[in-house]
Design a protein around this ligand. Structure first.
Ligand code: DOR
Ligand code: ZN
Length: 337
């Protein structure tokens, strides 16, 4: 039997939703992760300290787990300024910027990326040491959207050199190249973008449970992402972008975007890293890099994974997970905190 013990695993991009859905999914992340960066795209989005504190309490209540830290984010608004953000700096781990209308519940996001319009908010974040997370896609042709956004990432990285900018859920080799050019650019990578390409989504019968934004790209993009993750690239962190939608919203005309991976992420990552002979680098991808980049100190937790298969349930509540009904080669043996 092969095993690995992961210390303080972190999911640096997670959608937990609210209400019943929050109660279904939060315990699944809290069981095996030590902390997660919680996305603010609720309806309405999280845009002030009161909403953020109340949401954090609802998450902790639903998680039912003491050693799990929800790292909270605000939904970026160009109106944010130093006076608004300064009192919140301790509670806000990052601010998430969505281009308006680009994905689920992003209607109140940013239209147009004029540096001068964004300057007061981004300078305040820079001064306060609050990282900016970005969903980097333009409104262009779907396969080109992330690549077309790269110049915007670069313009922001140069204009605000002290601001840490996280390119969220990157899917395109061009994003990795940009990462190398700017010291203040970082990135998260999902599990599904390490595993699938557009072929898996739409090359045969359409697979709604693999449909997400950004859409999975070409084999050479996946190879580049895989290389960065497996080699423990210090600027790359795991962020699942686990995005639960009820089955009826996925298996429908007008399929909602999002892949639900939270409960299977650690076994699937262990299997992937083991298959490539890189298990020793998983700790960096799953925790150490994020701790360094975000300067966070998550609650102590040890997760022991073994190469004993896990049978993935068909559903968790109303949500169909990645690999539903199939087996993954690895499983969680025990969790200590
Ligand atoms: O596939 C996605 N689902 N991409 C996003 O950016 C948002 C997410 C969601 O909230 O459902
Ligand atoms: Zn997301």
């Amino acid at each position: 039997m092969t095993e690995i013990i992961l210390h303080e695993p972190l999911d640096m991009h997670l959608h937990l939703r609210d209400g019943d859905m929050l109660h279904t999914v939060a315990p699944l992340s809290a069981r095996s992760f030590s902390g997660a960066l919680i996305m603010p795209n609720l309806v309405p989005p999280i845009t002030d300290g009161e909403m953020l504190r109340a949401y954090r309490r609802r998450i902790l209540d639903a998680a039912g787990e003491e050693c799990f830290e929800p790292y909270m984010t605000l939904f970026f608004k160009p109106e944010y300024d130093f006076d608004f953000l300064a009192p919140l700096a301790e509670e806000v781990t990052a601010i998430k910027l969505y281009p308006a209308g680009i994905t689920t519940n992003s209607e109140g996001g940013v239209s147009g990326f004029d540096v001068e319009t964004l300057r007061p908010a981004l300078e305040a974040m820079s001064e306060l040491g609050i990282p900016l997370c970005i969903h980097g896609e333009t409104g262009g042709f779907v396969l080109d959207r992330e690549r077309e956004f790269v110049p915007i990432y670069e313009e922001l990285a140069v204009a605000f050199p002290e601001l840490s900018i996280v390119m969220e859920h990157i899917t395109d080799a061009a994003s990795l190249e940009a990462l190398e050019r700017h010291p203040n650019l970082y990135a998260t990578i999902t599990l599904h973008h390490l595993l699938i390409t557009l072929d898996d989504v739409a090359g045969g019968m359409l697979q709604p449970h693999l449909f997400c934004k950004p859409i999975a790209k070409r084999p050479e993009d996946r190879e580049a992402l895989l290389h960065a993750a497996l080699s423990a690239h210090p600027k790359v962190m795991f962020g699942s972008d686990s995005a639960p939608h009820p089955r009826h919203a996925k298996e429908a005309p007008g399929c909602a975007a999002g892949v639900f991976t939270a409960p299977i992420a650690l076994p699937a990552l262990a299997e992937l890293f083991a298959r490539h002979g890189k298990l020793e680098n998983l700790q960096h991808f799953i925790s150490l890099n994020a701790r360094e980049i975000y300067q966070i100190d998550p609650p102590a937790k040890k997760v022991r994974l073994v190469d004993t298969p896990m049978q993935v349930p068909e559903k968790y509540g109303e949500v169909v997970p990645l690999f539903a009904g199939r087996k993954i080669g690895w499983s969680i043996a025990d969790v200590e905190c």
